[in-house]
Design a protein around this ligand. Structure first.
Ligand SMILES: [Zn+2]
Length: 184
């Protein structure tokens, strides 16, 4: 208590009479030299580059998706190659959007591309996905999004197998499997 009081008093004194009490008097500050002020950091990745036709808020998206899914679907992230849970899927279920269940790809259009990402030569229908130019990371690519909720799925390249010659290079994280209905 006492020490604090003294410290406070000293601080007050120092503030009032800077020259007298200060052990190391600050040299008078000349005009600051005209140094190029460091530019403020670039604003963080624009949050709303991914289409959002469902109109969910960022908070709602975060609640709906796991952190990993959010990073890929809503921030155009890319999963590490070779790690995707659907990379070697060979079942008969439909690949649907992890965020909104929109059917995206059929297993028959899947092929082993050797890239480490699940790859398809065509989407389930022309209206299942939407495509737009993506010029990020110094590359010119076509981004593929879920047509229903806008979530980022991956990219499409023109080096795929026949019959389309296309390679839809997808993130496993963006998709899940909907098993075919049980026959009654
Ligand atoms: Zn979707």
């Amino acid at each position: 208590m006492r020490t604090l009081a003294i410290a406070l008093m000293l601080a007050t004194l120092a503030a009032c009479t800077p020259k007298a009490e200060s052990p190391k008097p600050e040299p008078p500050k000349p005009e600051p030299p005209k140094v190029e002020a460091p530019k403020p950091a670039e604003p963080a990745e624009p949050a709303a580059r991914v289409k959002n036709p469902l109109g969910l808020s960022d908070e709602e998206w975060r609640k709906k998706l796991s952190p990993e899914e959010y990073q890929v679907c809503r921030q155009q992230g890319t999963e590490r190659p070779g790690t995707g849970k659907l990379l070697h899927y060979k079942g008969s279920g439909t690949f649907v959007c992890v965020a909104c269940d929109n059917p995206l790809f059929e297993p028959k259009a899947k092929f082993e591309s050797g890239t480490g990402w699940p790859s398809f030569y065509q989407p389930l229908s022309k209206t299942a996905v939407s495509e737009k130019g993506d010029f990020s990371h110094g590359m010119s690519r076509i981004e593929v999004n879920c047509a229903k909720c806008g979530s980022h799925l991956g990219h499409v390249f023109e080096d795929g197998p026949q019959p389309t010659g296309l390679r839809y290079c997808m993130n496993s994280v963006s998709m899940k499997i909907k098993e075919p209905e049980e026959k009654k």
